[in-house]
Structures are given as structure tokens and as C-alpha cells.
Write a protein that binds this ligand. Structure first.
Ligand code: ADP
Ligand code: MG
Length: 329
């Protein structure tokens, strides 16, 4: 089973940023309202994520590390199907198979917190009592210490931290009610309080993207009753266009996506107002009936499939186009 985990880990644990993504999603799933991320050396030496979520009951702790560590894979030919299943129920197991992982957690009704440790293939989990407020801390040390080939593919500390920070930003831009901190090598990089009002939300967007964006953006909040679609967020004025596509955040039902149909609709809407080689900046949220989207096209990528792509495209294009036309000088 540990071999299976190591192979599966290769599919999704690509770099420190992928670890952070999985751990943050777990914290959010656990209902955390405060998440502290601390990393060293771009996340390679240490990733520590502490949350105030529900915590894990003592008896489930070892299980959550070994979960689904079944003999799902019996032959290498099965690898492809494992990859397509994605990471459901395998994140902690996979991460611990390529690192030194400590899970500390306390759950309501317990006398104290508990701690389990797993290192590489030898799932030597020893649990012991450990003080911890209600919630969970996952500490991942020495990522890929036992898979040198994978470690070799890591880029510089700066690049790895950049990817990791981007993951934090993307989640912070879809969970305004959660407080986040991010520290790198003892330095505070982000400290975000929960944002409730629009002004607070705009402050968070400005902090995470570009302080100038909010001074050069239009607020959008458009609903189409006939097709049950809602688009809200902020679009940068054409004058705030960028040389790179570095300020484009598009969420569908709270999930960040990079989708061709969406990209096309946005590009069309900006077509006559941007000069060649410039890219719009935006933070946009599309909400629709979940039955109208299939998010499982590829679990680790950001693609998505709409039941009725044409309607979505038309709605995006016309909403953005009308908005841009209304602010044209
Ligand atoms: P999945 O999230 O797909 O269930 P994971 O391997 O990511 O699989 O996590 C395994 C289990 O461990 C989760 O289902 C959850 O019960 C528990 N867990 C992991 N992280 C946390 C956390 N931060 N807070 C509470 N429970 C957690
Ligand atoms: Mg998970």
C-alpha cells in the first residue's frame, strides 16, 4: 500500500504548492475561520498549517493518514485510472509518503490534543497526547527527502514560494470569511483579517493582487434570471491592462478555473478596448446551478465543462461588454 501511495503522490504532490493546496482545502472543509501558514525554504524544509476547524477525533487520526491506502493499485497499468480518480481521500497519505508529517489535532469533548507522526514509506505512526486548541496543525518537513528524483525537479526557493503564495492567494480570494496569515522564513508575507463588507473585501483584493487595481476597476454584479446565472466581482479598466496574464482570477461556484470558454468570452468583451499584447485584469465569480457544471473533467487541472456553454459564454460576454462600454470615456 505504501508503494501505491508513493506512485499516487507523484501524480499530485508535485511541489510544495500542491501540499499547501491540499492542506488548506482540508482546513476549509473542517470549517476553519482562521488559518496560519508557515513555511521555510519555499516549503521544502517546512510547511506548517494550523487551523481552528473542527479538529480530528483521536481515534480517527491514524486513519486519516492511512485512509484509502488500500491495494487499489495492483499493476502499473492501473496508474492512469488512479490519476483520474484524483486525490480524494489520499492527500494526507500521499503527502506523508514523501515527507515527514506530524498531525496534531484536538476535537471538541477530548481532554487534550493528540499527535501522530509518519515518515516516508514506514508509516510508523505513534500517537501521544499533545496540547492543542480545538483544530488541527499539519507539519510537513523535508518534502521529497526519500524521492531524490522528484526533489531534483524543484526550482529555486523563490520560485517554489511564488507558486505556494499563489495557492494561498487563490483560496483567500474565494474565502473572504476566513482569516489567513502566511509567513516565509520567519517573515510575515500576508496577514488577512476576515472580510465581510465590500470595502473589506476590496481591501483584501487590493492586498493580494495589486493596490492599484481597486482604483481602476468597475464593480460587477449581474444576474440573469432566465438562465439562473450570476456574475460578480471586479474588472479592471482597459487602461489597467497588463503585459502579462498575472491578474486574472475567475471562480466558478467558488472554485478557481482557467477555462478556454471563459477566457474567450472575456477576450471578446475586451477586444475593441485593449491594444494588442495587453491582458485585462479581473477577479470574477460566476455562480450557477451546480448541476450545470462538470468540475471533474480533470481533478488536478482547472478545466470545467458547462452543460450549456453557449448561454454561459453569451452571458459573460454581454455582461462584461456592456460594463466596459458604460465606462468608456
Ligand atoms: P479528503 O480530504 O479527500 O477526505 P485527506 O487525505 O485530505 O482526504 O484527509 C483525510 C481526512 O482527514 C479528511 O477526510 C478529514 O476527515 C481529516 N482531516 C484532514 N485534515 C483535516 C483538518 N485540517 N481538519 C479536520 N480534519 C481533517
Ligand atoms: Mg483533502
Amino acid at each position: 500500500p505504501r508503494l501505491a501511495n508513493q506512485i499516487a503522490a507523484g501524480e499530485v504532490v508535485e511541489r510544495p504548492a500542491s501540499v499547501v493546496k491540499e492542506l488548506l482545502e482540508n482546513s476549509i472543509d473542517a470549517g476553519a475561520t482562521r488559518i496560519d501558514v508557515e513555511v521555510e525554504n519555499g516549503g521544502v524544509r517546512l510547511i506548517r498549517i494550523r487551523d481552528n476547524g473542527s479538529g480530528i477525533p483521536k481515534d480517527d487520526m491514524a486513519l486519516s493518514l492511512s485512509r484509502h491506502a488500500t491495494s487499489k493499485i495492483s499493476a502499473l497499468e492501473d496508474l492512469e485510472s488512479v490519476a483520474s480518480l484524483g486525490f480524494r481521500g489520499e492527500a494526507l497519505a500521499s503527502i506523508s509518503s514523501v515527507s515527514r508529517l506530524t498531525l496534531t489535532s484536538n476535537h471538541e469533548g477530548q481532554d487534550s490534543g493528540w499527535k501522530v507522526f509518519a515518515e516516508g514509506r514506514d508509516m510508523e505512526t505513534i500517537s501521544s497526547p499533545a496540547p492543542h486548541p480545538i483544530g488541527t496543525t499539519v507539519e510537513v518537513r523535508d518534502l521529497f527527502f526519500n524521492t531524490p528524483a522528484r526533489r531534483k525537479f524543484l526550482r529555486t526557493e523563490k520560485t517554489e514560494f511564488g507558486h505556494l503564495e499563489e495557492v494561498v492567494k487563490r483560496l483567500a480570494l474565494s474565502h473572504y470569511d476566513v482569516a489567513f496569515t502566511l509567513r516565509h522564513n520567519q517573515r510575515t508575507i500576508h496577514q488577512l483579517r476576515p472580510a465581510k463588507t465590500r470595502v473589506e473585501m476590496e481591501r483584501r483584493v487590493a492586498t493580494l493582487t495589486n493596490p492599484q487595481l481597486m482604483d481602476n476597476a468597475v464593480v460587477i454584479d449581474m444576474e440573469s434570471e432566465s438562465s439562473n446565472l450570476r456574475l460578480w466581482g471586479w474588472v479592471g479598466l482597459p487602461t489597467f491592462s497588463r503585459a502579462q496574464t498575472d491578474l486574472q482570477y475567475f471562480y466558478v461556484n467558488g472554485r478557481m478555473v482557467k477555462d478556454r470558454l471563459i477566457a474567450h468570452a472575456v477576450r471578446q468583451a475586451y477586444r475593441d478596448v485593449l491594444y494588442h499584447g495587453r491582458h485585462p485584469a479581473f477577479v470574477l465569480y460566476l455562480e450557477l446551478d451546480p448541476a450545470q457544471v462538470d468540475v471533474n473533467v480533470h481533478p488536478t487541472k482547472h478545466e470545467i465543462r458547462f452543460r450549456d456553454g453557449r448561454t454561459v459564454h453569451n452571458f459573460l460576454f454581454s455582461t462584461l461588454n456592456r460594463t466596459l462600454a458604460s465606462v468608456r470615456p
